[in-house]
Design a protein around this ligand. Structure first.
Ligand SMILES: Cc1cc2nc3c(=O)[nH]c(=O)nc-3n(C[C@H](O)[C@H](O)[C@H](O)COP(=O)(O)OP(=O)(O)OC[C@H]3O[C@@H](n4cnc5c(N)ncnc54)[C@H](O)[C@@H]3O)c2cc1C
Length: 343
């Protein structure tokens, strides 16, 4: 029997590539008519690049994407706070380009689009294993674990987009309960994201650009420049949520969760897609190398649950520290000290 992957996003496709590379039959069902090519840039940190290397795609991602060796942090008036250089560069690549690379590594026919899964038990009955890779609003998570594990609003909402032209420096501009992030992305473009603290009851539900100009219009360059180039129809906006409480297992019977289905996290470390890739690659390898399916799923859970949940918890802490208005002074002081220490 085949392994069925629910969801043709980053984690689901990574799992399918790992299985196909090992010669195992797999079927991916995706509810959209095509694969996701909308969205903005994803930062591939060294952990994800190593997972992509194991899938045979690391060099392609490095070739297409834009390497970012450092991030500069400034205040909204432009005053310098810190320059942070991670030991290895992060590679920025658009969601569309990454999805196409993963998809191209699979033979025709593996991915079936326009198929929305609603009955997980029926699917499990006809498959060796089911991989729930159906994202933050996972129906597989709900089918396996009920309503005990839901989504909790993080307290801030983010706008995102990509504009033509290269504007920098890459990094984050920090305000009071708001920040504006800038990175490169392939094609000589600039990726931007703008989270704003908005506790329940103070939600920014209006149009993107007028609200963005109101909040960020007086900030230092390149913020006004980027907003002047942004196209309302390309702007994404999401209230940011995470899975809570954390799951006690990513596995039930012959069903396993990967990526946002298992541990949707706030984007403050830029690790959501990286962790989804790692989950998919590790689960694919466990299923490919172990003939006992339930043992393979348990092994996956033991390898991936704690590290991914630790990453989610750290992202949450970083989000509270960098986004909460009352933390702004302490955050800036920490950045200045941390930046000095890292020189
Ligand atoms: C503001 C913001 C910035 C971010 N920046 C970064 C970053 O820099 N780096 C990073 O690593 N991550 C980042 N992320 C996180 C990243 O986008 C997600 O963590 C990642 O996409 C999760 O991958 P996934 O495969 O689990 O889910 P998804 O990519 O969401 O894929 C799930 C797929 O399942 C399909 N599906 C859903 N339900 C069904 C169903 N019932 N039947 C069939 N198919 C179904 C969906 O259509 C979708 O294609 C960011 C997120 C946000 C909100």
């Amino acid at each position: 029997m085949d392994i069925t992957v629910v969801g043709g996003g980053i984690g689901g496709l990574a799992c399918a590539v790992a299985l196909v590379n090992a010669g195992h039959p797999v079927r991916v069902v995706e509810k959209r008519d095509g694969l996701a090519d909308a969205g903005t840039a994803l930062g591939m940190w060294p952990n994800a690049l190593r997972a992509l290397d194991r899938l045979g795609l690391g060099d392609k991602v490095r070739h297409i994407g834009v390497a970012q060796a450092e991030a500069v942090f400034r205040r909204s008036d432009g005053r310098f706070l810190a320059r942070i250089r991670p030991p290895e560069a992060v590679v920025l690549i658009s969601r569309g380009a990454l999805t196409r690379l993963l998809r191209a590594a699979l033979p025709d026919g593996v991915v079936e689009t326009g198929v929305e899964v609603s009955d997980v038990d029926e699917l499990a009955a006809g498959s060796r294993a089911v991989v729930g890779a159906d994202g933050i609003h996972s129906v597989v998570r709900k089918a396996c674990f009920g309503d005990a594990y839901g989504l909790r609003y993080a307290g801030y909402s983010a706008w995102r987009g990509i504009v033509k032209g290269e504007y920098g420096p890459p990094g984050e501009i920090m305000g009071h309960g708001a920040k504006f992030g800038v990175t490169g992305v392939e094609g000589g473009r600039t990726n931007w994201f703008a989270p704003v603290w908005a506790p329940a009851g103070v939600r920014y539900a209006g149009e993107g650009l007028p609200e963005l100009h109101r909040i960020f219009g007086e900030w230092c360059e390149p913020v006004p420049r980027i907003l002047s180039l942004a196209d309302e129809s390309d702007i994404l906006r999401h209230d940011l949520c995470y899975v809570a409480p954390r799951l006690r297992s990513y596995v039930r019977d012959r069903v396993a969760l990967v990526g946002d289905a298992a541990h949707a996290m706030t984007p403050d470390l830029g690790q959501g897609a990286c962790q989804a890739l790692l989950d998919g690659a590790v689960l694919g390898r466990c299923l490919a190398t172990m003939s006992d399916t339930e043992e393979a799923l348990r092994r996956y859970d033991s390898l991936r649950r704690k590290p991914s949940q630790r990453t989610a918890a750290t992202a949450r802490q970083v989000g509270l520290l960098t986004m909460r208005p009352r933390m702004a002074l302490a955050r800036n002081a920490l950045l200045r000290t941390g930046g000095l220490l890292m020189r």
